[in-house]
Design a binder for this molecule. Structure first.
Ligand SMILES: Nc1ncnc2c1ncn2[C@@H]1O[C@H](COP(=O)(O)OP(=O)(O)OP(=O)(O)O)[C@@H](O)[C@H]1O
Ligand SMILES: [Mg+2]
Length: 291
């Protein structure tokens, strides 16, 4: 299976939200990272064929996805960023409803819904109304509905938002197990989730892919750019104003800063091992990065 993005572009008026993006996606987990407004949701909606591109196309095994119609929807699972729930449905009713929309036969749907509620840890509340659920529980219903048809292409827009640490780990494990021979694309702002499960990272900035590669390869790019520096609290403020400080913590009266910088920021700075988050900060040093 291969999903080919060929110069995919989306323009809203004069705003280019996705700018001539090309990539070849094969089975595996892809982590889409980028600041607010970078174009992740717009790209994912085009990959789901629910948003028409301004130009360029998406091909599944050589065939344009919009021409595949139902055949494409049958292999697709999607969790939108702004997922709408029906508050008066129970979790089970909701999954059965989505299964009906997807054309899954009732018996099969019931079995699958039960399995998935177990998988996302909601079996004990299967018959409770979704409106009584916490944010993270609703999110897990959303994850379950995306998996109902056992999709070969799974697109998840910020699936881990709102999940507590234990549920995030459970979700990451589920996704890694699920991936195998499938194409999974997830966007998230939680860099550690991408670091943990993505085979490949796509870093998006202002509508373009600025970096693409394995976590290890990309993290290596930040090596030699990350430093630890111990300073007084008043100096810490000055450093924050003029450099990218990835982290700061108290150590006695001093502060230890983690600085991302091309050059050694000071003679006292000690180099340290980079993480994917450091690389992200290197590419998005300030609040900009989106549009
Ligand atoms: N329907 C629309 N009409 C006009 N502009 C839009 C529309 N949808 C998105 N945009 C713009 O396109 C750009 C990309 O938005 P998009 O929602 O794809 O970003 P994102 O990377 O998903 O951001 P976030 O991390 O906040 O979810 C933004 O500048 C946004 O304002
Ligand atoms: Mg988005």
């Amino acid at each position: 299976m291969e999903l080919l993005l060929d110069r995919l572009t989306k323009q809203y008026g004069s705003k280019i939200a996705v700018d001539c993006v090309s990539a070849t996606l094969k089975p595996g987990v892809y982590g889409l990272l980028g600041a607010n407004g970078a174009g992740k949701t717009t790209l994912m909606r085009m990959l789901c064929a629910i948003l028409e591109s301004t130009s360029g196309e998406v091909l599944l095994n050589g065939k344009e996805i919009t021409s595949l119609g139902a055949a494409y929807r049958n292999v697709l699972g999607y969790l939108p960023q702004d997922f709408g729930y029906y508050p008066n449905y129970t979790a089970m009713e909701f999954l059965m409803y989505v299964a009906a929309l997807k054309g899954i036969p009732k018996d099969m749907a019931k079995k699958r819904a039960n399995e998935l509620l177990e998988v996302v840890g909601l079996s004990n509340v299967a018959n409770k109304k979704v409106k009584t659920f916490s944010g993270g529980m609703k999110q897990r219903v959303g994850i379950a509905q995306a998996l109902l048809n056992n999709p070969g292409i799974l697109i998840l827009d910020e699936p881990t938002a709102g999940l507590d640490p234990k549920e995030r780990v459970r979700f990451r494990n589920l996704l890694s197990e699920y991936a195998g021979d499938k194409i999974v694309i997830l966007s998230t702002h939680i860099v550690s989730d991408v670091e943990a499960i993505a085979d490949e990272v796509l870093l998006m900035k202002k509508g373009k892919f600025v970096l693409q590669g394995t976590v290890q390869k990309l993290t290596e790019k930040a090596n030699g750019k990350v430093w630890e520096l111990t300073v007084s609290p008043s100096e810490a403020r000055k450093w924050q104003a003029r450099t990218t400080v990835a982290n700061l913590r108290h150590e006695g009266k001093d502060m230890v800063l983690r600085i991302v910088s091309d050059n050694m920021p000071s003679k006292q700075a000690v180099p340290c091992e980079a993480t994917l988050e450091d690389l992200y900060l290197y590419y998005f040093p300030t609040e900009e990065g989106g549009q």
